[in-house]
Ligand binder design. Structure first.
Ligand SMILES: [Mg+2]
Length: 274
């Protein structure tokens, strides 16, 4: 299982031919805070500049890719210190551990799909769920690299290394498509959880999107006719996924209920797009 180019890794690790796969965003979805925002706001150029950067992306005057690189470039602390700082401060969603235990018992792989950097996510997950369970979660994300002539453990020595050439830096749909394109008799049911606009392209490849309440992702889903259901934390996700896995509810029913809840004004929308 060491082939890093394995496009269908979750079909055989940690389980053989799963019937369901759960893809999920990391920052603000599994964790309560966004680790990159946290780092930028506290040890980088600060919240005001970060929010201006978000606006520029929404206005179309900058790409997510370039705006995110500026955020990361503003953090000059040696990379090991950044990891240590984040491990100390980033908290887990209150329902995630219960979900993960259930998913592992029921042969459902969990795959993190993130715009963050691999070593950061790995270190935070090890700290929050323990080494043994963290090893069973696949992470598809951006990377970190040394700047020319420097190493990542020097002051100002690291930079983000993007996963692909897209304007997002990491087009999350690319890694899900091979699963979505499997022949019907092999293709698992695909779930996705997220909170940001960069999750939308990924969600379109899956069968059911869990969109976090209070975030603009919901508004985008409605606008673009992407089926979704809402969650506040992973206890909501676990309840719904259990019903689907146990055959008590179809993904179509779950998506219809999600839309009805949205129409009733239960989406808690006053967050900002990201
Ligand atoms: Mg997020």
């Amino acid at each position: 299982m060491t082939n890093t180019n394995d496009e269908l890794k979750a079909m055989h690790a940690p389980f053989e031919n799963p019937k369901f796969i759960f893809f999920t965003d990391f920052d603000g979805t599994i964790t309560l805070q966004d680790s990159n925002d946290f780092m930028t706001d506290n040890i980088g150029f600060g919240g005001d500049k970060r929010r201006q950067g978000n606006k520029d992306v929404l206005d179309g005057t900058d790409t997510f890719r370039d705006s995110f690189r500026k955020m990361m470039d503003s953090v000059t602390r040696p990379f090991p210190q950044c990891i240590e700082y984040l491990v100390k401060n980033i908290k887990l969603d209150p329902g995630f551990t219960e979900y993960l235990d259930w998913a592992l018992e029921n042969n459902i792989p969990t795959v993190i799909v993130s715009s963050g950097m691999h070593p950061v996510i790995e270190a935070i997950m090890k700290n929050l769920v323990g080494e043994e369970k963290a090893a069973k979660i696949d992470i598809i994300s951006n990377q970190v690299e040394g700047r020319p002539g420097k190493t990542i453990d020097q002051e100002g020595g690291w930079q983000i290394k993007y996963h692909d050439e897209s304007g997002f830096g990491h087009d999350k749909s690319l890694c899900i498509r091979p699963y979505a394109n499997l022949p019907a008799e092999q293709r698992p049911t695909l779930f996705y959880a997220g909170d940001g606009v960069s999750d939308l392209s990924a969600a379109r490849e899956t069968d059911l999107l869990f969109a976090k309440k209070g975030h603009d992702l919901i508004r985008y889903c409605v606008k673009q006719n992407t089926p979704f259901t809402m969650f506040s934390d992973w206890t909501d996700i676990l309840t719904k996924v259990k019903e689907i896995v146990e055959g008590k509810k179809s993904v179509q029913d779950a998506a219809r209920e999600g839309y009805e809840a949205y129409q009733k004004g239960e989406s808690g929308l006053n967050g900002h797009a990201k």
